[in-house]
Design a protein around this ligand. Structure first.
Ligand code: 9MR
Length: 373
């Protein structure tokens, strides 16, 4: 972080008492976004929180004001077997966030993927009844949210409930309970910790069908007495998607519903797309490895680097433009080394997805992003 662009003078901070520059006088992402009351978030894994990756810890604490668990709060991790809870990793993550003065986000309470294997099945191996699934879902929410009452800033309550065309995703929750599982989940979370923010979270939020459905859904849920504080546009972006205009339209449409907008899982996939790739983040979508899909094994070439920088800048320009609507921008991982995009939608590729490289150095584009704010 050496260039003059990055060395924003202290005078730029006049009138801002809460955001302090790093010791060397430079401004970090959390300072820059913090000036606009936007949290700078990052998804962290268990090794990073436990201190097994010291460089990662330094990056996290110096640059970010919020963390979210990339995996360790998901249902299959927290309660792999019925009534057998494992909270050690989640407890460490929450404690790490508190120690470092960060807002901790809970991810996620109701999601069809990474659900515990026993959750939808009865003792005989058949499908669980509606009443039982409602009871299990409510119990899961009250146990997990209750454990961290007053310590988690906000929860992704329902994750990925809607398909790109606006229809309900046919998850076991939807099929067994019906569409009102979302209302039941939000109310259970609110009861368990009335002070925690509550979110709906999904990918491909720029798709018109999805956008319209979330707008309708939020109005409907609020009319039924649910609280929704913000909506998560995951933002697993690509080299040529989403369409910027549609993406902005979604931000405007959600903000017009009276909720804050958050980029909850921001990253960028500039690797070649397999044919028929859905351009979202549907974990079930996988393609076979082929050499031509993995062109940057030894580093980005000039064209790749330019695309990477330009796309990140373009997205952050949009975020700057919409800064009054946004409450948090969370990167989905600390460094390229551990990004999920190394293994999705094609396993074993070398991805360039985040703002810190494989050795935890900031990428040059970061200082340009900071300067935008
Ligand atoms: O980044 C997560 C990856 O390590 C897991 O293997 C994957 C399994 O489902 O989940 C990834 O995170 C997902 C997030 O929880 C929800 N939105 C899509 C994210 C990327 O798949």
């Amino acid at each position: 972080m050496k260039s003059s662009l990055f060395l924003i003078p202290l005078i730029a901070l006049a009138g801002c008492t809460t955001q302090q520059p790093a010791k060397d006088g430079t401004l970090t992402l959390k300072d820059a976004l913090g000036k606009h009351e936007i949290l700078a978030g990052v998804a962290v894994n268990v090794d990073e929180v436990a201190g097994r990756v010291p460089k990662a810890q330094d990056v996290i604490t110096a640059n970010f004001s919020s963390i979210v668990a990339e995996n360790c709060m998901k249902q299959e991790k927290i309660v792999p077997e019925q009534d057998k809870y494992f909270f050690d990793d989640a407890d460490s993550l929450v404690a790490f966030g508190e120690r470092n003065g960060m807002k901790v986000i809970g991810h996620c309470l109701v999601w069809h993927s990474q659900a515990a294997p026993w959750f939808f099945t009865d003792a005989k191996g058949g499908e669980v009844s509606r009443d039982t699934l409602i009871a299990r879902m409510k119990n899961h929410i009250s146990t997990v949210v209750g454990r961290y009452k007053g310590r988690i800033y906000g929860w992704d309550v329902v994750n990925e409930a809607i398909e790109d065309d606006g229809s309900y995703r046919e998850t076991p929750y939807y099929k067994i309970i019906g569409p009102d599982y979302i209302e039941i989940a939000l109310k259970a979370a609110q009861e368990a910790d009335p002070d925690a923010e509550l979110y709906l979270n999904d990918f491909s939020m720029s798709k018109p069908g999805k956008r319209d459905k979330y707008v309708e859904l939020m109005k409907d849920l609020r009319a039924k007495g649910c609280r929704i504080d913000a909506i998560g546009m995951q933002s697993h972006n690509g080299g040529d998607y989403p369409d910027f205009a549609e993406y902005e339209k979604s931000m405007d449409a959600f903000a017009a519903c009276g909720v804050k907008v958050m980029m909850t899982e921001l990253d960028l996939n500039i690797l070649p797309k397999p044919e028929s790739f859905g351009q979202g983040a549907n974990v079930g979508e996988e393609y076979k490895y082929r050499e031509e899909l993995d062109p940057y094994k030894n580093g980005l070439d000039e064209k790749g680097q330019q695309l990477f920088d330009q796309r990140y800048l373009d997205f952050f320009k949009i975020y700057e433009k919409h800064k009054d609507q946004i409450s948090r921008i969370t990167l989905w991982g600390v460094s390229d080394k551990t990004s999920w995009l190394n293994d999705w939608p094609v396993e074993g590729r070398t991805a360039y997805a985040l703002l810190f490289d494989r050795d935890y150095n900031p990428k040059p584009v970061l200082e340009k992003i900071i300067a935008l704010f």
